[in-house]
Ligand binder design. Sequence first.
Ligand SMILES: [Zn+2]
Length: 323
Amino acid sequence: MSIPSRCDPGRRRFLRGGAAALGLGLAAGLGLDRARAEGLRPVVVCIDPGHGGHDPGCIGAKGLREKDVVLDVALRVGALLEAVPGLQVVYSRRTDVFVPLAQRLQLGIRQRADLFLSIHADAFPERDVRGSSVWILSERGASSSAARWLAQSQNGDFWDSSAALAGSRELHDVLLDLSRSAASSAATRAAQLLLRALAEVEDLHAAQVQKANFVVLRAPNVPSLLVETAFLSNPEEEKRLRDPDFRALLAQSISDAVLAHFVQAPPSDSRWSSARHAIAPGETLSELAARYGVRPNVLRLANGLVSAQLPAWGYLRVPILHA
Ligand SMILES: [Zn+2]
C-alpha cells in the first residue's frame, strides 16, 4: 500500500459567499437570526488535495497523475460541501501548485478546522492491488513496515520546513492534553463513516481504518483524515479514476460521509446542531432528507441504516442547519 513518491502543495482560502442560496431545508432560514445573534461560527472543513506543482505523486501506467486526479476529486467534494448552509470550505490548494506538508498541517490549525481531509490516490508495485483506504494518525507512529514506508514517503518535504515545524510543535505541546483525544476520537468516527460511504462505490483495500504517522494528520486539535481513493498502479483503477463520472461518485461519497459526521456530532459553537426526529407512519427517508436539507444518503449514514428503508418507528438524528 505504498508508493514511490508522496509529498504535498498551495493554499488558498475560499469563503462561502452565496451559499445560503440553495433552498436546502427550512432550518436554514429559521436559524439565520439565531445563528447571527448568538455569534455562531460556520463548520469549517479543510480539504487538502495531495501533491501538486513539481510533485506529481503517483503516476499510472497510462500517465494519469495523482496530483491531477486528487485535485479534481477535492474540488468536487468542496463544491458539494460549499452548497450546504453553515459550512465553510478551506483548501490547501485549488490549482496545480506545490504546498509543503507543514503548511498544509498548519492551515487546519489556523483555520480551527472541524475536519481536515487529505485526498490521495495510491500505488503499489503489484498491479492487481486495488481499492480505497482511510487513514488517521497513529499515536505510536507507523505500526507496520508498509505503513512506515507510506509515512516516510508522505513526509518527504516536511523537514525542510523547520520554522513552520517549530510553530506547530509549540502549539502541539500546549494543546496536546486538552484536545488530542477529542480530535482523535472525532477522526476515528469520521473515518469509519468515510469507509462505509466509499464501500458503496469502490472496493475497500482495507476494511478497517488504517493508522500511520503522516505529517498532515498531526494537528493535535484538528480531527484529520487521509483518504487513498484508489490505486493508480492498477490499470483498471487508473481507467476508472480517469472517468469524470467515477470521480464525481467518489466526491459524492466523501461529501456524504463528511456531512453525516457533522449530523452525528455538530460542533457545539457552530451553526449546525442536530435533533432527534420521531419517525411518523408513512414517512420516507427522501422526504425527511429534503425537509432537513441533506441527501438521503447523509441521513442514512449518520443513522447507521443499512438501506433507504426507514424503520417503522424510532428516532432519526437530523441536522439543523443555520446559514
Ligand atoms: Zn499521495
